[in-house]
Unconditional design. Structure first.
Ligand code: HEM
Lengths: 179, 97
């Protein structure tokens, strides 16, 4: 239950964060000074806290589900850091533009597509949970017995199990069972 | 600049709390929960701080060198405190024409 609620909170905060980023990217592309000023406030009080909350709920999910040893999560966290950096760049440019000191920049055009590709890659990582081949240490029976308190969430998903669905339920139940 | 300074201070304060309060509690009093709690708060604030560094760099408040200085300073206890004072001087200089 707590796991499911954490996931719901992870998703809601993510939508707010990504939505806010898209707004900044579009607003920088078609700058209107009064709107940029409003958006600067919105980014400070809504989008940025939503980003931090999305990180926090993601980490809660990873702790509860014992996902940290899995390579898909490592790859996901790397991409999340890049996406967060992109948000930092967008917010910085927004603040500069809202101060009215710079001309609209051509170089910002790629930020939106780059962001959307990052989001797509992150979502693919978390739904397909690939790279399990790299997680050999998660199947070692001795290791998974010893894992004990950590729970069986660290077990490698069965190879050849029908991709996402099966892994998902297997792992998800582990997470529920542990509560 | 204010946000960046506050984030630097918060990062520095939680790192010190981790070293000076939570770690003694763990290794002397055996309270390992203290490090888990202080560690996660510090970890999150560290990420917030790094995010502020990126934003300030993109905003043109600090250059590459300043960003490096802030990042590596944050890894050392008290480094954040020194950097916060540096930032305060910088913004005072920027304000005085
Ligand atoms: C520090 C940042 C993050 C961490 C540690 C993290 C970790 C996690 C974990 C452990 C799960 C649960 C997986 C499961 O139960 O199957 C999850 C779910 C999810 N995450 Fe994240 N996440 C982070 C950020 C993000 C970002 C930035 C995005 C999208 C752009 C994202 C998209 C999703 C989605 C769509 C799900 C639901 C997947 C499902 O229900 O199968 N996460 N996250």
């Amino acid at each position: 239950m707590i796991y499911t609620l954490s996931k719901a909170a992870h998703l809601v905060t993510l939508f707010v964060w990504i939505g806010g980023m898209v707004a900044v990217a579009v607003a920088l592309r078609y700058p209107v000074l009064s709107f940029l000023k409003q958006l600067k406030t919105y980014d400070r009080v809504v989008t940025s806290p939503a980003m931090v909350a999305a990180w926090a709920f993601g980490i809660m999910l990873a702790v509860q589900g014992g996902w940290f040893p899995h390579s898909w999560l490592a790859a996901k966290i790397f991409l999340v850091l890049v996406l967060s950096g992109l948000h930092g760049v967008l917010a910085g440019r927004l603040r500069r533009a809202a101060a009215g000191t710079t001309d609209p920049e051509e170089s910002g055009r790629l930020l939106l597509p780059i962001g959307l590709v990052l989001v797509a890659l992150i979502v693919l990582l978390v739904t397909l949970k690939p790279l399990s081949r790299l997680d050999a240490r998660c199947v070692d029976p001795a290791a998974s017995n010893a894992a004990g308190a950590r729970g069986s969430g660290t077990r490698r998903p069965r190879r050849g199990a029908s991709v996402a669905g099966d892994n998902y339920f297997g792992q998800g139940q582990d997470a529920y069972a542990r509560q | 600049m204010t946000g960046l300074r506050r984030a630097a201070l918060a990062e520095a304060a939680t790192l010190l709390a981790l070293f000076c309060v939570a770690m003694p509690l763990k290794y002397i009093a055996g309270a390992s929960w203290a490090v888990s709690v202080a560690g996660s708060i510090h970890g999150l604030l560290f990420m917030v701080f790094v995010w502020f560094v990126v934003r300030s760099w993109a905003e043109g408040l600090i250059n590459w060198l300043g960003a490096f200085r802030l990042f590596f300073g944050a890894l050392v206890p008290l480094g954040g405190v020194i950097n916060e004072r540096w930032l305060r001087r910088q913004s005072a200089e920027a304000a005085a024409p």
